[in-house]
Design a protein around this ligand. Structure first.
Ligand SMILES: Nc1ncnc2c1ncn2[C@@H]1O[C@H](COP(=O)(O)OP(=O)(O)O)[C@@H](O)[C@H]1O
Ligand SMILES: CC(=O)N[C@@H](CCC(=O)OP(=O)(O)O)C(=O)O
Length: 269
């Protein structure tokens, strides 16, 4: 089976058009590609924490996660966000099947190195993806919709950045990986003019992080993209979910958003 992991960012979720879900459903029905949705929900978590008067901070794009924050993260992601996406898919005759990384121990997690070094609390990364859970769902004709909460052997939950979770799932399946976000790709500024890169190689990305042109939530996104490419993921792009055909164009191999690569030069231009 040929999989494509579609990571849907919380930044753009509220604005995604119905056609976004129709495109995923049509892709699934075409029978060539099996989509898997991995979603975030950072803005919803932040607003729920705000309402509760709990302060929340980020270090290099990762949320410092106490036990109290973890409760809200799980509610927002595995409850609200996950079910909203399933409903939106099902409303266009897609066959969404919501599952959290905890269910069936889909995402076995360990604390990230950064969590240990910088006191991020319960921030995890994926150690193992139990792909049989995904295969069972897709074999039954469903589109898995996955929230990025992981668990270790002792039952401890971890908050996993959704870009990192999507990358790990794509690596485990050798799937294509598409990041849907609220920007048309990676921005750079040249002579005071902001432009979007159509292509970004590893060296360029490292330079953009070190010069802070890439910051915040874009850091784990590009790092996850590079890690995926180094581990059997054939293609990774970042696209704007608000552009009508971004998913279809990506699947057709057209130039859309920013294509990430390990190479300095774009391989096919
Ligand atoms: N160089 C850059 N180009 C584009 N966006 C960037 C860049 N550096 C940081 N960002 C920020 O990254 C955000 C996307 O990451 P994030 O907020 O985590 O979104 P998502 O919820 O879609 O994963 C953009 O909205 C933008 O504010
Ligand atoms: C550790 C960490 O930062 N986890 C993220 C999980 C959600 C997420 O990644 O959502 P987006 O894709 O919308 O950014 C968080 O708590 O916000």
């Amino acid at each position: 089976m040929k999989y494509v992991v579609i990571k849907c960012g919380g930044s753009v979720f509220d604005s995604l058009p119905k056609s976004f879900y129709e495109n995923i459903s049509e892709l699934h029905q075409s029978g060539v590609w099996t989509p898997i949705i991995v979603h975030g929900g950072g803005p919803l978590i932040s607003s729920m924490l705000d309402q509760m008067g709990v302060k929340s901070t980020f270090i290099n794009g990762l949320r410092v996660t106490t036990e109290e924050v973890l409760d809200v993260v799980e509610m927002a992601l595995s409850g609200s966000m996950n079910k909203q996406i399933v409903r939106k898919l099902n409303a266009v005759k897609g066959k969404g099947y919501g599952i959290s990384g905890v269910d069936g121990s889909l995402l076995e997690a360990i604390p990230t190195e950064q969590a240990q070094e910088q006191d991020l609390g319960y921030v995890g990364e994926v150690r193992t993806v139990n792909t049989s859970i995904i295969e069972n769902i897709t074999d039954q004709g469903f589109i898995p919709v996955i929230s990025p909460i992981g668990m270790d052997e002792s039952g401890q939950r971890f908050n996993i950045n959704a870009d990192m979770a999507a990358s790990s799932i794509a690596q485990a399946l050798g799937a294509k990986l598409l990041f849907i976000s609220d920007i048309p790709g990676i921005y750079v500024e040249e002579n005071g003019v902001k432009k979007t890169l159509h292509y970004a190689g590893k060296e360029k990305i490292e330079q953009l992080i070190s010069t802070e042109v890439i910051y915040g939530g874009m850091i784990p996104k590009v790092q996850s993209a590079l890690k995926a490419l180094a581990h059997s993921v054939p293609e990774v792009s970042i696209v704007n979910g608000l552009e009508q055909n971004s998913l279809v164009d990506f699947m057709d191999g057209k130039m859309v958003g920013t294509r990430i690569s390990l190479d300095k030069e774009m391989p096919y231009v």
